[in-house]
Design a protein around this ligand. Structure first.
Ligand code: GLA
Length: 396
């Protein structure tokens, strides 16, 4: 090879290498945390196309779609027990007889985005075909069905390396060409917050949530238990890359109304993806009121994209803070004890505040003057008070 040719080949290699190894991710799919509804928490694998259609109707009539819950994600249980003769994924013919393309079209026609679940291992956690070794063909299948969101689980992964495995699927989605939100569901085992931002819009930080307040066993945890596990992960979240502390249990049987309200509030403080997991067809008004509280949702969806943090914990009281755009803050007082506590707030003790702010109570939906005056209020067990503080220009 001549010196010139050698130089040319070296240059080409340099140009080619970074492209070959760089992660590919669709831009501008999740400037704020994704919101929607997912079938798993209430229905497990007992799902079919009628249920999904009915749920879409309930999400519309309850005002949830309008409030921002626009992804409908069909979790584990939609597949046939095996792939077709060509190796393609197929839905269960009895439960999804119209096929996934038709269901996706239906959801799109109602104003939703269409999400689906599969797994990075050889099988899903419920034993249906997983994606391992089929990533590129599966991504083309999802694109052809009009899928907008893929939740990708971690059962039956054997000795696979998590980062490489999820990168393969991310590359496959990119190669298929349809912008699809990639939701890593690896349970936080391999610190996905370190490598997830390059390849996905969100990643689970823990194992599964269940509908209790603070329980924990080998399979699942209550939301309060999960909340603690989020501490320290705040720096990893931001626009287009979100920590996911798992889906909402708001409205499900194991939580009291106060516990549902606190769960929702704290997930909003965390800038968590808000995936409702209740039966929206049978939702009492109080639960609808929680899930469609626009002022709380605005805290979650604030364009600054900062995840909140625990500012302080006293016996029975936790204070969480979230920086918002335009110099505002959300502050959440959470009573994690079994008795009513009195909250006395001297605002100047919240050291992140600068100057005087107007106070808005986001559950009472009323304005309460300014932070120039101390606040005192009672908080029932497991309940929260959430304030939005907006800077006032003129000091009183
Ligand atoms: C895992 C996930 C859950 C759900 C189930 C489905 O446990 O973490 O969110 O998707 O699989 O089998």
């Amino acid at each position: 090879m001549k010196a010139d040719d050698l130089k040319k080949s070296a240059l080409m290699l340099m140009l080619w290498l970074p492209v070959a190894v760089a992660a590919q991710k669709f831009p501008e799919l999740a400037p704020t945390p994704p919101m929607g509804w997912n079938s798993w928490n209430t229905f497990g694998v007992h799902i079919d196309e009628n249920l999904i259609k009915e749920m879409s109707g309930a999400l519309i009539s309850s005002g949830m779609l309008e409030a921002g819950f626009n992804y409908i994600v069909i979790d584990d249980g939609w597949e046939s027990m095996s792939r077709d003769a060509n190796g393609a994924l197929i839905p269960d013919p009895a439960r999804f007889p119209s096929g996934m393309k038709a269901l996706g079209d239906y959801l799109h026609s109602k104003g939703f985005k269409f999400g689906i679940h599969n797994c990075a291992g050889t099988k899903t956690c419920s034993g249906f075909p997983g994606g391992r070794g089929h990533e590129f063909e599966d991504a083309r299948t999802y694109a052809s069905w009009g899928v907008d969101f893929l939740k990708y689980d971690w059962c039956e992964h054997g000795t696979a390396n998590a980062e490489e495995t999820y990168k393969t699927m991310s590359d496959a989605l990119h190669a298929a060409g349809r912008p699809i939100v990639f939701s890593i569901c690896e349970w936080g085992n391999n610190k996905p917050w370190l490598w997830g931002p390059k390849i996905a819009q969100l990643w689970r930080t823990t194992g599964d949530i269940t509908d209790c307040y603070d329980c924990q066993d080998v399979y699942a945890m209550g939301w309060k238990y999960i909340l603690k596990l989020q501490m320290g992960l705040e720096p990893y979240a931001g626009p287009e890359h979100w920590n996911d502390p798992d889906m909402l249990e708001v409205g499900n049987a194991g939580l009291s109304l106060a516990e549902s309200r606190s769960h929702f509030s704290l997930w909003c403080m965390l800038a968590a993806p808000l995936m409702a997991g209740n039966d929206a067809r049978k939702m009492p008004d109080e639960i609808r009121g929680i899930l469609t509280n626009r002022e709380l949702i605005a805290v979650d969806q604030d364009p600054l994209g900062k995840e909140g943090f625990q500012f302080m914990e006293h016996p029975g009281k936790e204070i969480w803070a979230k920086e918002l755009s335009a110099g505002s803050w959300a502050v959440c007082f959470f009573n994690n004890s079994e008795s009513t506590v009195r909250i006395r707030v001297k605002w100047e003790n919240l050291s992140f505040l600068k100057g005087v702010y107007g106070i808005r109570d986001l559950w009472q939906k009323e304005s309460l003057g300014t932070t120039a005056k101390d606040y005192t209020g009672d908080l029932a067990p497991h309940d929260v008070t959430v304030f939005r503080l907006a800077p006032v220009r003129e000091q009183p």
